[in-house]
Ligand binder design. Structure first.
Ligand code: NI
Ligand code: MN
Length: 221
């Protein structure tokens, strides 16, 4: 059974049987009160180095002897900080024990010198999940949707720093995806959104389904 567990903000865990991987492990203020010591994972994926994404990545990677997967600049910094890391970059893909990861561009700051923000297309035990990271809407999402079969898109909807609900709804159309999970909203007042408004907007096409997963909740994929 493959599950999506939402921690909060842009942090979530994908798990399949005994294997778990975590994305953008920013734990500060998570309503479950989780700390780095609570997280048991085999891999840590980091989309960019802003604090609300890099978060506790190094501590979690070290605690678990987990592989940190990110762009080269972050992977290099992780290695310099004592983590095992796997450096990748935009457009590249690599097969890990859980499945293939492809690095997708994101239009956003990298948070590290010389870097570039990214998203991830992950084939996790046969389920294809696109996590956009922090990004604006961009037209090449249409190309991505043409080239790849995406089962679930995990998209930011908070606005201010990333796409807001209207642009994220357009992203769903471009990606040609039918199952969508919104993230990166309601962490702070500046990114306050009603996910049910987004859900209504997306589902009005009669094709797509939005799963509003609350922090601490799980969704079976
Ligand atoms: Ni950011
Ligand atoms: Mn962010």
């Amino acid at each position: 059974m493959t599950k999506f567990k939402y921690i909060h903000h842009a942090c979530f865990i994908l798990s399949h049987d005994e294997d778990s991987i975590i994305f953008d492990p920013f734990l500060d203020g998570n309503p479950q009160g989780l700390t780095a010591a609570d997280i048991k994972v085999s891999h840590v994926l980091v989309s960019h180095a802003h604090g609300d994404h890099l978060g506790s990545a190094y501590e979690i990677a070290k605690n678990n002897k987990a592989m940190l997967i990110s762009t080269a600049e972050i992977a290099g910094d992780a290695a310099a900080n004592g983590c095992q890391s796997h450096a990748m970059h935009l457009g590249g893909s690599y097969k890990f024990p859980f499945g293939r990861v492809k690095i997708i561009p994101a239009f956003h700051g990298s948070g590290i010198a010389g870097g570039h923000a990214c998203g991830f297309l992950v084939d996790f035990y046969g389920t294809s999940v696109y996590f956009a990271g922090d990004t604006s809407l961009f037209g090449d999402m249409k190309l991505l949707g043409e080239l790849e079969k995406i089962d679930y898109a995990v998209l930011p909807i908070g606005d201010n720093f990333t796409m807001g609900p209207a642009d994220a709804a357009k992203a769903v159309e471009l990606l040609d995806v039918t199952k969508v999970i919104p993230v990166h909203y309601n962490t702070w007042p500046v990114i306050e959104q009603d996910p049910l408004v987004f859900k209504k907007l997306v589902e009005s096409n009669g094709l797509s389904q939005v799963f509003v997963v609350k922090p601490g909740e799980e969704l079976e994929l």
